[in-house]
Write a protein that binds this ligand. Sequence first.
Ligand SMILES: C[S@@+](CC[C@H](N)C(=O)[O-])C[C@H]1O[C@@H](n2cnc3c(N)ncnc32)[C@H](O)[C@@H]1O
Length: 513
Amino acid sequence: MSAVSPFLDPGPRTTPNSLAVAHLSRDSIQPIYLKETSGTTDGYAEGPVLNTRFGSFPHSTLLNKPWGSQIRASVVDTGSRGRRLKREHGEHVADGEKLDNSKGDSTPGTTSSRDLKVAPSGFIHILPPTPELWTISLPHRTQVVYTPDYSYILHRIRARPGMKIIEAGAGSGSFTHAAARAIYNGYPKDAHDVKGKVFSFEFNHDRYQQMQKEIEDHRLDGIVQITHRDVYNHGFLVDNESPGAECVFLDLPAPWKALPHLARNRPTQSQLSSSGLDNLQDTGSEWKSPLRPDRTAYLCTFSPCIEQVTRTVDVMRHLGWMEIEMVEVAHRRINVMRERIGLHLPAGERGSTQTAANVEEAIAKLQEVEGRYKTSRGQSQDVDIEMGEDDETAVENNPIDGSKTTLLSSEVEGAQSAKPWMSGRVIHRTEPEIKTHTSYLVFALLPQEWTEAQESAAFESWPCGKERKVIGKLDKEARKQEKRELLQGKKRKKDTDSKSEAERPLSKKSKTP
Ligand SMILES: C[S@@+](CC[C@H](N)C(=O)[O-])C[C@H]1O[C@@H](n2cnc3c(N)ncnc32)[C@H](O)[C@@H]1O
């Protein structure tokens, strides 16, 4: 294993031949494999270039940067690229159009990073890959499980470092990456090393191959083992060995068809037929459960429709799964922002409301308007001109409706000195509606295997039913009789005490205080 996956330990800086995430804007991010190539690449003298709507970014400007750095766009000759490609393909290019490749790196026709000119505008941020960022930027091959769902699922199935998870189907690998991070407690040294692992199963061959490649590119091999398999018919054993899983996640069109393969013992014919799975015949071979025998197994299935849920729950009941529960994650994004209220704020600015922020501001404005009205009645002069000549105030034009706002000099100073991102009240607003239904999550658990030997050992330690001392009586009449006897005993004691008191010699009695 060359290095740790950037998903598990990205290190302090970007490195060549590794995955990074280009953050263009809040809703636009792009995964990128950073390459350290000195020669002309794809027609660019600058080597490999990331072209975005915020400008062009040669990889050389993105390499060896601390994660989270802001990278400014570079001036890249995108126009000559087409001409260069044409020339490479032997097409005629006019002499005057020929490119001067002499400057730059030692490699002819390349531009070194120190020769690159910073573009007048445009920047991105370079971020380390995480399962969350990968989920929103990965190449979609199927519907994927998103972060609000998988964070809850991993918590409920108790995925933690050192656990073994079975996942089917792998699809686009969104859940796989999050699961790999959750169970990671080091890379296994060999096949017998007991480290956390994700056993992933995918039926579609193309998706299986793409996943296999991604896992290698992301250096997750050893932590994720993907198998090309139809789990409905062939179950979850890997090389005919049990993965020994404690956690299971099924994102399949018919999860109930995979459930009989997750039983502790071979399901009986009646269990199979009551589940509608008569086609799964007894093959005669030895039964191996893919679950860890000495631990409770936690399962989650992910289904978009309620009919799939009812079918799954029905089969779960027949196969002995317990504490079955369905949950839907209704996720809402909460936007936290600053809201600025005040008459002095520039009109039409995002997040600002032009209204009096308090009583003082409202009175000041009224007084000012009244004063202006009196002045305009006294002198028939243009108010705007007068205002413009007045040092104490300034007039602001509203770019939207053309109206004018008069700013008091103190307000102008205040508005200029305040940092825009610090002014205003911090408020939060949720999205007005929950956007989409993702899926119904069905959770269940299968208790650990319990043998006769374990039962006898438990009985030895806690001999249930062999208690020697019986505390209290069981029936009502016996309890009443017990109470009667208790009261009679007390009464007898009281009588005896008072009798002995009466019989005591008088001299002794008088000494009593
Ligand atoms: C919705 S996708 C899974 C998406 C994945 N959980 C993710 O987060 O990216 C369902 C996948 O199950 C696979 N699949 C369907 N039937 C299967 C079967 N019998 N055995 C294994 N995989 C199967 C499909 O090929 C598909 O890729």
